[in-house]
Design a protein around this ligand. Structure first.
Ligand code: GDP
Length: 466
C-alpha cells in the first residue's frame, strides 16, 4: 500500500438516492479540480478545509457533465486519513458512481484497497489499531449492544485504559534498567515490594479485561440459547411465539423438527441466537440420530439452555433424566420451562413447580403456554437477566475482539511469569525480559507494535471505501 498515491473509492453501497465517493492523498485536491467545476468557479485547491462546494462533475476527456454534486473539502491533517481529501456527494446511480470513479482514475487516482482509508488514518496516527478495528465494528453494528461496544472502543476508552497500564510498566522497566546499568554495584533501585504491588495491580486489571470478554463476545457474536425437550413438548411453537411469526415447522407428529433451526431475537439490545433442536430422546432412526447429535452440539455451545417440559405429561424421573443427560457445565444457565399450562389447573402447575424446585437445583422454573402466549414475557425477562450488559452501556471497557483477548492472555501469562520470578528473587535482567514481553503484547492491541501481516489481516476484513 503506497501512501504517496491518491486513492479513490465509493464509500456507500449503490442503490440509495445519494452516494458518496471518497478521495484521499497528496493529489486529491488537484485531481478534484480536474473533475469538478464549482458553480462559483472556485477551485477545490483554493477552498478552506471543512467547506462544501456545489457544482458539477465533468468528464475530463469530453468535458461533458456527469452529475450535479456537493464536494466536501478536508485539508491535511484535519481529515479522517490525515491527508488532503474530498468527498463527492452524487446522485445514487451505479452508472454515475462508476463514471465519476473512472474519471478520477483517468486523472491519476488509484482505486483504494479494502480498508485503505483507515490504514492511512492509523499510519498517520489519527487513531490507534484498536480504534481502527472499532470502525469496522461500528459499521457492522446491528443493535444497541454491538453499537455501544464499538462506540466506546472507537472513542478510545480502551486505548486510554491500556495506555495507563503501559505507562506503569514502562516506569517499572526504567527502574529495572537503571539497576542493570549499575549491576556491578549490586544496588536495587526498584523497591521489590513496590514492584510487586504495581505488577499485581496491573495483572488484576488485565484479568478484569480478560473476564470482560465473556460479555463482549456475547454481545458481538450473540448469545447461544438451546431449546431442548421431548418431541411435541412445544419447542417450535415456543420459538414461533418468541419470534412472533411462523418460521419453524409446527406439527403434531413427534420428531418432525429433525434439524436445528436457528433464529435471532434481540432483547435489551443483546442478540440471542435461539436454536430449536431435534429433541433429546433416544432413537434408532438414522436421520433422527443425526439430529440428536446436532442437538447435543447446540447444547454444548449454548450459554443458556431451556428445557421445555410438556406439563400435561409431567414425569419427575424422566425430567431428572433429561436434566442429567444435558451434562451442563457450571457456566451454563438452565431454565426449566413447563409448557401447555392451559391444559392444567393452577394447583396442578404449582404442585409440579414445587416438586421440581425440591428435586433439582435449577434456579429458574417457569410455567408458560407457548401456544397461547402466556407468561412468555417471564422467559424473555429471564434471558435478559442472564446477560448483564450494563458495563457495555456504561462505557466501561469490554473486550470483544478475539485478537485483543488473545494478546491480553499472553500479557497475563508474561506477567504471571514476572511475578513468579519476583517471588524467587530473580535478577533484574530476567524480570525486565518478562515485563518487556507484557509490554509487547499490550502494544500489539493498540498497534504500537505491529507488522504488515497483522495490518493486512485486520484491514482485509474492511470494506472498500472505509
Ligand atoms: P416440538 O416437537 O417440541 O417442536 O413441538 P411443537 O411446537 O411442534 O408442538 C407440538 C404440539 O403441541 C402442537 O400441536 C402444538 O400446537 C402443541 N402446543 C405447543 N404449545 C402448546 C401449549 O402451550 N398449549 C397447548 N395446548 N398445546 C401446545
Amino acid at each position: 500500500m503506497n501512501r504517496t498515491d491518491t486513492i479513490v473509492a465509493p464509500a456507500t453501497a449503490s442503490g440509495g438516492a445519494l452516494g458518496i465517493i471518497r478521495m484521499s492523498g497528496p493529489q486529491a485536491l488537484a485531481i478534484g479540480d480536474r473533475l469538478f467545476r464549482s458553480a462559483t468557479r472556485k477551485k477545490l485547491s483554493d477552498a478552506a478545509g471543512h467547506t462544501l462546494l456545489y457544482g458539477e462533475i465533468i468528464d475530463p476527456d469530453t468535458g461533458s457533465a456527469i452529475d450535479d454534486v456537493l464536494v466536501s473539502v478536508f485539508r491535511a491533517s484535519h481529515s479522517y486519513t490525515g491527508e488532503n481529501s474530498i468527498e463527492i456527494s452524487h446522485h445514487g446511480s451505479r452508472y454515475i458512481q462508476s463514471e465519476i470513479l473512472r474519471s478520477a482514475i483517468r486523472c491519476g487516482a488509484r482505486s483504494a484497497e479494502a480498508g485503505e482509508f483507515t490504514v492511512r488514518a492509523f499510519l498517520a496516527g489519527k487513531l490507534d489499531l484498536s480504534q481502527a478495528e472499532a470502525v469496522a465494528d461500528m459499521i457492522a453494528s446491528t443493535d444497541r449492544g454491538t453499537h455501544a461496544l464499538a462506540l466506546n472502543q472507537m472513542r478510545g476508552g480502551y486505548s486510554r485504559e491500556l495506555g495507563t497500564l503501559r505507562d506503569e510498566l514502562v516506569t517499572l522497566m526504567s527502574l529495572l534498567e537503571l539497576e542493570l546499568d549499575f549491576s556491578e554495584e549490586e544496588v536495587e533501585f526498584a523497591d521489590r515490594s513496590q514492584l510487586h504491588r504495581i505488577m499485581t495491580q496491573t495483572n488484576d486489571k488485565i484479568l478484569g479485561l480478560i473476564r470482560s470478554f465473556s460479555l463482549g463476545n456475547a454481545i458481538k457474536e450473540g448469545v447461544n440459547v438451546a431449546i431442548v425437550g421431548n418431541p411435541n413438548a412445544g419447542k417450535s411453537t415456543l420459538l414461533n411465539t418468541l419470534l412472533n411469526e411462523e418460521r419453524a415447522m409446527v406439527s403434531d407428529i413427534a420428531g418432525t423438527t429433525r434439524d436445528t433451526i436457528e433464529e435471532t431475537l434481540v432483547i435489551g439490545g443483546i442478540r440471542f441466537r435461539l436454536s430449536d433442536t431435534a429433541g433429546i430422546r433416544r432413537s434408532d432412526d438414522r436421520l433422527e440420530r443425526m439430529g440428536i447429535e446436532r442437538t447435543f452440539a447446540a447444547i454444548g455451545r449454548a450459554r443458556i439452555v431451556i428445557l421445555l417440559i410438556d406439563a400435561s405429561l409431567f414425569d419427575l424421573q424422566q425430567t431428572l433424566g433429561a436434566i442429567a443427560s444435558l451434562d451442563l457445565q457450571q457456566e451454563q444457565r438452565l431454565c426449566l420451562l413447563l409448557n401447555k399450562i392451559d391444559k392444567l389447573a393452577p394447583e396442578a402447575i404449582s404442585a409440579i413447580r414445587q416438586t421440581l424446585a425440591s428435586a433439582t437445583s435449577c434456579d429458574r422454573i417457569l410455567a408458560v403456554s407457548a401456544k397461547h402466549n402466556r407468561n412468555i414475557d417471564l422467559l424473555t425477562d429471564f434471558l435478559h437477566d442472564c446477560i448483564d450488559a450494563a458495563p457495555a452501556y456504561n462505557g466501561e471497557t469490554v473486550v470483544s475482539n478475539i485478537r485483543h483477548y488473545e494478546a491480553l492472555q499472553r500479557a497475563h501469562e508474561a506477567l504471571r511469569r514476572a511475578l513468579d520470578s519476583l517471588a524467587c528473587g530473580t535478577t533484574a535482567d530476567l524480570l525486565a525480559e518478562d515485563i518487556r514481553d507484557v509490554l509487547y503484547h499490550l502494544g500489539t492491541i493498540t498497534g504500537e507494535i505491529t507488522n504488515d501481516e497483522i495490518l493486512g489481516q485486520i484491514f482485509s476484513k474492511f470494506c472498500i471505501g472505509k
